[in-house]
Design a protein. Sequence first.
Length: 184
Amino acid sequence: MPPSYNQVAGQSVERLAAMSDGIFSVGMTLLVLDLRAPAMEVIHSGRELSAALLAVLPQLVMYLMSFLTLVIFWVGQQIQLNHLGRSDRHLAWINIAFLFAVTVTPLSIKLLAQFYLYGPALLANWFNLVLLGGCLYFTWGYANRRGSSGTGRPPMSRRPSAAASSSPRACTLWARSFASSTRV
């Protein structure tokens, strides 16, 4: 009797890693498309170019925040995937939920950068960060319960570190203070 779909679906950790790497790399590359160089027609001196570059600075900070947020979560996911001995379809779907949150990250950070004084923008960003972190946390918990985390590598901690949970808060506070000091 051939195996059922549920027995063979999502078995490859390498395929999960490949899909994740693709989504992260495309997402990180597309972030830069929001950055625009000053138009040549309106720049006639070094002083005008400096002023135009200063006006682009908040967009550059948003880009940097988005990029670093994605890098932090990519590294966390890669560490998890390196410790997984096997996968199954449930783990694959948890990973897909995580990747959905990855694709929404640039939007949530852009909302925060443009509307930093409004609560819904902050909530959207925090919801996105909680979804990202929650998916990683749920992935590891599920893998430990299913016995999928045995690869002979050193075991991972079951609890996130205090530094990992406070870094989104620090980034948000820094972004708010930077945005308020650069608003014209």
